[in-house]
Design a protein around this ligand. Structure first.
Ligand SMILES: Nc1ncnc2c1ncn2[C@@H]1O[C@H](COP(=O)(O)OP(=O)(O)OP(=O)(O)O)[C@@H](O)[C@H]1O
Ligand SMILES: [Mg+2]
Length: 271
């Protein structure tokens, strides 16, 4: 089968959403292929969480269509919910329960046959076996995030939404979460994550889309995005390959800058 014939895990076409006069999404389009990691980049308030809420059926779009696992988010929300899990921007862990109890609780809510075994398997997979009997309130930020992601995997969703999975984590904890996300994709899960961290997208994503002023202004692989910044010009500027940060700031960047390449050039030159 060629790539063209595989149905996308997520298809977003012309999605619009306004809050009163605020046009947050003005026609968003992208596809996510199954088993890949897709990063949605955008500044604060760009509409990342709004889009994730639409795709996970928590919020209705004003226009456009979106399908998740082949199901229309507006017309078939039940089927969509069965196919996905959502790890929100703020951890959903119950601090009074132990890590294991948190997992068992979700497995019970999902009517799984052997909640204890499900919990133990996930604790092992996320290196939380020893911590499993401790209250989640005593966990570090990274452990809590891992538990949160583990909880969202109960029931084997084929598509997982991670809204800013590493915000507020220290570098070590971020790497732990990154490893977790990479393992998920290797196991065939489709991951859509939002992030403001450009290095996170560089590390993880097969494709990166930049949401800016209500639309996707760029969508490509890291290599494709880097090509947007011509290395040409004065030889001194060719020294270093542009980072995703250079590309992002050139595209979204300071309003005073008129030309994307020029903006990046100015930044590089000022280092
Ligand atoms: N329920 C709502 N009512 C009114 N305005 C809203 C609502 N939800 C979001 N907004 C506004 O829509 C815009 C986009 O918000 P959203 O949370 O989607 O951004 P974001 O890209 O996730 O930002 P962040 O990086 O800060 O999480 C913001 O201006 C926000 O204030
Ligand atoms: Mg958000």
């Amino acid at each position: 089968m060629t790539t063209a014939t595989i149905e996308p895990a997520i298809r977003v076409q012309g999605v619009k959403k306004s809050f009163k006069d605020l046009n947050v999404l003005r026609g968003v389009d992208f596809d996510v292929q199954p088993g890949t990691i897709f990063a949605l980049l955008g500044s604060n308030g760009a509409g990342k969480t709004t889009l994730v809420r639409i795709l996970s059926t928590l919020l209705k779009a004003d226009g456009g269509t979106a399908t998740v696992s082949g199901f229309d988010v507006a017309a078939q929300p039940g089927q969509v919910r069965e196919a996905i899990s959502l790890t929100g921007q703020f951890a959903a862990v119950d601090e009074v329960l132990t890590g294991r109890e948190n997992l068992v609780l979700i497995a019970q809510l999902r009517h799984l046959k052997n909640p204890g075994a499900v919990a133990d398997e996930l604790l092992a997979r996320f290196s939380l076996t020893e911590a499993g009997s401790r209250k989640a309130g005593t966990y570090s930020g990274g452990m809590r995030r891992r538990l949160d992601i583990a909880m969202s995997l109960i029931g084997d969703p084929s598509i997982i939404f991670l809204d800013e999975p590493t915000t507020g984590l220290d570098p070590q904890a971020r790497i732990e979460v990154w490893d977790t996300v990479k393992q998920l994709a290797q196991g065939g899960t489709t991951v859509l994550l939002t992030t403001q961290y450009l290095d996170e997208a560089e590390q993880l994503a097969d494709r990166i889309a930049i949401l800016h002023k209500g639309t996707i202004i760029q969508n490509g692989t890291l290599a494709e995005l880097k090509k947007l910044l011509p290395a040409g010009g004065e030889p001194v500027l060719v020294e270093k390959e542009p980072s995703l940060e250079d590309v992002f700031l050139a595209l979204v960047g300071e309003p005073a800058e008129t030309d994307a390449a020029e903006a990046a050039t100015t930044r590089k030159a000022s280092r």
